[in-house]
Ligand binder design. Structure first.
Ligand SMILES: Nc1nc2c(ncn2[C@@H]2O[C@H](COP(=O)(O)OP(=O)(O)O)[C@@H](O)[C@H]2O)c(=O)[nH]1
Ligand SMILES: [Mg+2]
Length: 326
């Protein structure tokens, strides 16, 4: 066996975007909790640049096929893509991925694409945590977009998919269980709903079913989820899906900006209030002669400024409370 590289070396490789280091880093995250922590700590400052897309839905709805097409579309736009598939039913390593092996090879030799499937076994700290770590690795490695694929069922999947900043729920007509998948808490967190296999005739009915459910769920939301149709096999509808994803990304960026300007305004207002209140209290103390009286005590070193301030304020507020009670 080859000697193992120290974590620091692997982290350096990840930051340089080296594929093999990325693969090793994810293996560390899967297998070694203490090393994983060290690794995450060293790459963490370089994360936060990628847009993370969560793609969920029932098995067989065509998520992996669709992701193959999404990757191609992003590559055409010159963007790099990382994929973490948490899906035991159709692992990316299997033949099902992308429909055929030729296209899979095409993608696996592309340096701008990194695909990794993670089994849903018992990871230390949980699968959601391991997935989060793997996403950070791809983010730090410079991938513009990171996609997480997961089967939409059960609470742990909901946990995983929340890693995504934009959440895409993929259903297919005639699967029967699309509504169940949506019921599992995913309806509330989906940003974009996709009815894949639009080549099937009952696709429009599925679109209407989802739209009806969305209407029931119509809590005051700033982002209105939409329903799109795709045919992953041919790629039809995929560019519209990418457009919607980009629109949601822009929405998130604008929300963030609004929130930070709100935060700034909030602290400015608090500062302004503090200044006004302090000034008016000082003025009052001066007019009462208290300020001068206690200033003298400080000059004579009988009291320190902090104790004086406390005493003055205590007296002042006791008086006010008494005023109120009368
Ligand atoms: N008719 C049709 N079949 C599709 C379409 N997209 C995927 N499939 C097929 O559906 C099956 C499941 O696809 P897969 O991508 O593995 O689904 P996943 O389990 O959601 O990842 C495969 O046999 C695909 O070839 C589509 O748009 N139309
Ligand atoms: Mg799949």
């Amino acid at each position: 066996m080859k000697p193992l590289l120290p974590v620091g070396e692997i982290a350096k490789g990840v930051l340089a975007g080296d594929r093999r280091s990325v693969a090793k880093a994810i293996t560390i995250i899967e297998n070694n909790a203490s090393k994983a922590q060290e690794l995450i700590a060293s790459i963490y400052p370089h994360t936060g640049k990628a847009h993370i897309i969560g793609i969920t839905g029932p098995p067989g709805s065509g998520k992996s096929t669709l992701i193959g097409k999404i990757i191609r579309e992003y590559r055409r736009k010159g963007k790099t893509v990382g994929v973490i598939a948490v899906d035991p039913t159709s692992p990316f390593t299997g033949g099902a991925f992308l429909g055929d092996r030729i296209r899979m090879q095409e993608l696996s030799t592309d340096q701008g694409v990194f695909i990794r499937s993670m089994a849903t076994r018992n990871y230390l700290g949980g699968i959601a945590r391991a997935t989060k770590g793997a996403v950070k690795v791809l983010d730090a490695a410079g991938k513009d977009t990171v996609i997480v694929e997961t089967v939409g069922a059960g609470q742990s999947e909901v946990e995983i998919i929340k890693i995504g900043q934009t959440i895409v729920v993929v259903c297919a007509p005639g699967l029967g269980d699309e509504i169940q998948a949506i019921k599992a808490g995913i309806m509330e967190i989906g940003d974009i709903f996709v009815v894949n296999k639009a080549d099937r005739e009952d696709a429009n009915k599925a679109v209407m079913d989802i739209q009806a459910m969305l209407q029931l769920n119509n809590k005051e939301k700033k982002w209105r989820p939409t329903v799109l149709k795709t045919t992953a096999l041919t790629g039809e509808g995929v560019s519209q899906l990418i457009e919607k994803i980009e629109e949601h990304k822009l929405f998130l960026e604008q929300e963030l900006e609004r929130n930070t300007s709100r935060g700034k305004a909030e602290s400015e207002l608090a500062e302004a209030i503090k200044e006004k209140v302090a000034n008016s209290i000082i003025e009052e103390l001066k007019s009462e002669g208290k300020f001068e009286e206690f200033l003298q005590k400080i000059l004579e070193k009988k009291m320190d400024p902090a104790s004086v301030a406390e005493k003055l304020l205590n007296e002042k507020f006791r008086k006010q409370v008494q005023k109120c009670q009368n």
